[in-house]
Design a protein around this ligand. Structure first.
Ligand SMILES: [Zn+2]
Length: 313
């Protein structure tokens, strides 16, 4: 599976640059977030999960948090919180794993939940089995997918100012559902990690793709260069309304319920201090303002406003 995000990626970068005093993301952060965005879209498209897929890296360096959320219809949003100076060429370790306490989490949050159901979350550290720091997002995610899905996975990710792109190769199980039925005869032990020769060959070819090539070549050229000896069957690309695109799910209602969860006393404290409550969305930079008229309204609408002192019900 190959993804190239152009307009969606431009939207994500532009909205951040427009909404912040510090302006655009530093280059290294832009690359990190772009690679994560491409990866999250690939993973959501690959598992076809009916709910949001959230990929986040909680860092212990200058990048405190980087988050990408992809809906089942491939609507995507992403943001990174930068809290310290970032140098050009900073690696994943320098950005988010300075003290080896950075973590990568993948959350699957089903659209319809049964009562009490929690979203599924898998967490992996940013170092490998031998405690070696992983220097790329692709390595972290390959490690995660090997552990969680027990399937060989190869990822190549790259991003610049115009494009966030990724190539995902995953071996389908030989046995059970999801295999290419009857297309090849194989032995069950090929389902063990690293045992399938066809996969090994394809994965080796895929991982020879350079990041500059992924960013500069079109899909047909990439596939031809990598797999010219293989027989290829191409699927119709998902694009436009059916493809990945930027969309933010924030709304005045959602922000209202967030303020409601603070409680009336705290909301009134902020009002008294600031004159209004001003909430900015980290994903799209939309601002929501609530003044002295709006705030009581939020709590009145909820119906759970605590009774005024002394009232008897
Ligand atoms: Zn928003």
């Amino acid at each position: 599976m190959l993804v190239r995000l152009t307009d969606a990626w431009a939207d994500i970068l532009q909205r951040h640059a427009n909404g912040r005093e510090q302006g655009a993301y530093p280059t290294a952060v832009r690359e990190l977030l772009g690679e994560m965005t491409a990866a999250a879209v690939l993973m959501q498209a690959n598992i076809k999960f009916n709910g949001a897929l959230v990929l986040q890296i909680a860092g212990d360096g200058p990048v405190k948090l980087a988050v990408v959320e992809v809906q089942p219809d491939l609507a995507v949003r992403a943001t990174a919180k930068v809290v310290g100076p970032v140098a050009e060429g900073d690696t994943l370790t320098q950005l988010v794993n300075v003290h080896n306490r950075g973590q990568c989490a993948i959350t699957l949050d089903p659209l319809t939940k049964f009562p009490g159901q929690q979203p599924y979350q898998g967490v992996v550290p940013l170092y490998g089995d031998q405690a070696e720091p992983l220097s790329r997002v692709s390595e972290v995610l390959q490690h995660y997918m090997l552990q969680s899905e027990q399937l060989d996975t190869t990822l190549v990710l790259a991003a610049n100012e115009q494009l966030a792109a990724g190539l995902l190769i995953q071996r389908l199980p030989v046995e059970g559902e999801g295999n290419l039925q009857g297309s090849f005869v194989s032995q069950a032990n090929e389902d063990e990690i690293g045992r399938n020769e066809d996969y090994q060959r394809i994965a080796l070819l895929a991982s020879s793709l350079k990041r500059e090539e992924l960013l500069s070549l079109d899909v047909a050229t990439i596939l031809r260069r990598l797999f010219w000896e293989e027989s290829l069957r191409l699927f119709e690309p998902l694009q436009g309304e059916r493809g990945p695109r930027f969309e933010c799910r924030c709304s005045r209602e959602r922000v209202s319920s967030m303020i409601r969860s603070l409680g009336l006393a705290e909301a009134n404290d902020i009002l008294a201090e600031m004159g209004q409550i001003d909430v900015g969305c980290d994903f799209c930079s939309q601002h929501y303002r609530f003044d002295a008229v709006d705030v009581p309204q939020i709590f009145r609408d909820s119906g759970d406003q605590p009774p005024a002192s002394g009232s008897i019900q």
